[in-house]
Design a protein around this ligand. Structure first.
Ligand SMILES: Cc1cc2nc3c(=O)[nH]c(=O)nc-3n(C[C@H](O)[C@H](O)[C@H](O)COP(=O)(O)OP(=O)(O)OC[C@H]3O[C@@H](n4cnc5c(N)ncnc54)[C@H](O)[C@@H]3O)c2cc1C
Length: 475
């Protein structure tokens, strides 16, 4: 049936059903706002469909196979065989469960769902083009709007994602076979998570990175632990090289790179995964018709309520400048925007945003590094606990890495933490909570932690900063 061009109205229109948009829509509906959520592709956005969730599912499968196959030391002898297409189906099942859940939750909370692509007509209306031939379009008028259209992968010259051997992260997550040789372009967090995963699944992995280390933005001693482990897994890493192109060979492809001095190198592969970052999706919605302008990289600027320059239009998630492109940031911003529209006195004023990288070992960070603290005018005091001194870490056979806590020497307030090691993604939550609560080193150190757990290392790092550590030498 042709829907035709009908006009409807809504108090709040949310564009994009990723973790920014669907969370905002549900919270707004909970506050009694008549809310419409429009999505052009799949509920759950990048995170649930092509990002956080499928990547973590694949990482779990790869870890399990790798662990089982490498536990000789513990007397476990196994030679696991990974059925990649079955692993993919299992991963898709997890994704389907979650995306179906999002749809149900939206409906149960009274959110009106519309499938289609939104473009602004003016600052109070969008046109929705429904997918498929003859599906027509409609106009939705709104009092308020939240833009939550997320981000897309960045393409680099010479590598077209339409070409079969060239993978985006999304293609890599859909793979139903493991390439024998994989070149990964980019040593950022997505590149390193996927390199490690495919190495564990049996691929010969080469990483080429333009900078001189992996994981830019993370401290060098944190990156070093991950890099060492990646090398142990057989990942071949090349720094100071930018990928410039690829060509077909009799046996697979050849990826070429170039250094700053113009020196060329070549790497044989079957697939090349390009993971050089993501850019905001603000160029396909005619934002100018709504009086909005993105910066030259496509980001929208917002205030601490997530309002754009056009006061009744908000933006959250990956489209927002100056906040990290992370799912939990998008969701928090979505909640702030929805509650502000509902008339509540809220602001995006989190003391610190945690981040996790699911490499081997994992990284968890929150708040300030020692250098950040110095730069901000604090006199930082730092405490560190290596996992090799943790009984629980040794019993899991994963004792690389450390917990580091950064605090203000004078007041003792916890300012930040960097964890690299087993379960760092979970452990960092304790320190994010400490910062949000305004806790001091004393608070963390005097909290009784269950033994034997990895979390004890957090307590020990705080004790170490206070010069009172029992299981490590005080600094
Ligand atoms: C491989 C990978 C792994 C990741 N791992 C993690 C992780 O472990 N932890 C973490 O925190 N983050 C992770 N991320 C990042 C995370 O996915 C994003 O930060 C998050 O999805 C951003 O949420 P969002 O709501 O802003 O946008 P998105 O999730 O991108 O959702 C935007 C939605 O808007 C829709 N849309 C766009 N334009 C229109 C339009 N005009 N009309 C209608 N709909 C539209 C899109 O189809 C999409 O569904 C990962 C990303 C990738 C790619």
């Amino acid at each position: 049936m042709v829907v035709g061009d009908i006009a409807t109205g809504t108090d709040l229109l949310v564009i994009g059903a990723g973790p920014g948009g669907y969370v905002a829509a549900i919270r707004a509906a909970q506050k009694g706002i008549d809310t419409t959520l429009v999505e052009k592709d799949a509920y759950g956005g990048t995170c649930l469909n092509y990002g956080c969730i499928p990547s973590k599912a694949l990482i779990t499968g790869a870890d399990l196979a790798h662990e089982a196959g490498n536990a000789e030391e513990m007397g476990i002898h196994a030679d696991p065989v990974v059925d990649m297409s079955q692993l993919r189906d299992w991963k898709s099942g997890v994704v389907d469960q979650l995306t179906g859940g999002v749809e149900k939750l939206c409906k149960a909370n009274g959110v009106n769902l519309v499938e289609g692509t939104a473009r602004f007509k003016d600052e109070n209306a969008v046109r929705i083009a429904h997918g498929g031939e003859g599906q027509g379009s409609e106009t939705i008028e709104f009092e308020h709007c939240i833009i939550a259209t997320g981000s897309r992968v960045i393409q680099i010259p010479g590598f077209d994602f339409g070409d079969e051997p060239v993978w985006s992260s999304r293609d890599a997550l859909e793979a139903d076979t493991v390439p024998e040789r994989l070149v990964v372009v980019g040593g950022g967090y997505i590149g390193m998570e996927l390199s490690t995963t495919f190495a564990k699944l049996g691929a010969d992995v080469t990483v080429v990175e333009m900078l001189d280390d992996i994981l830019p933005g993370y401290e060098s001693d944190v990156a070093r632990v991950v890099r060492k482990r990646a090398e142990d897994l057989g990942i071949d890493m090349h720094f100071g090289e930018g990928a410039s192109g690829w060509r077909d060979e009799d046996d697979g492809i050849m990826v070429t790179t170039e250094t700053e001095d113009g020196e060329e190198n070549e790497y044989r592969a079957d697939k090349v995964l390009v993971a050089v970052g993501r850019s905001p999706v603000t160029d396909t919605m005619d934002i100018e018709s709504a009086g909005l302008e993105a910066d030259d990289r496509g980001f929208l600027s917002v205030d601490d309520r997530r309002r754009t320059d056009v006061e009744h239009i908000y933006a959250v998630g990956d489209v927002v400048e100056d906040t990290p492109m992370l799912a939990h940031v998008a969701s928090k911003e979505g909640i702030v925007a929805a509650e502000h529209i509902a008339g509540e006195p809220v602001a995006f004023d989190s003391q610190a945003v945690p981040a996790a990288v699911f490499t081997d070992p994992e990284i968890g960070t929150v708040g300030m590094t020692e250098a950040d603290a110095e730069e901000a005018g604090f006199t930082p005091v730092v405490g560190q606990m290596p996992f090799r001194a943790s009984g629980r870490a040794l019993t899991t056979n994963h004792a690389d890495g450390f917990v580091r806590v950064v605090a203000d020497e004078e007041s003792g307030f916890v300012l930040g933490a960097q964890i690299v090691g087993p379960e760092a993604s979970e452990l960092i939550a304790e320190l994010a909570f400490a910062i949000e609560m305004g806790a001091t080193l004393e608070d963390v150190a005097s909290t009784i932690h269950t033994h034997p757990t990895l979390a004890e290392a957090v307590m020990e790092a705080a004790e170490n900063a206070l010069g009172q550590a029992i299981h490590t030498l005080n600094r």
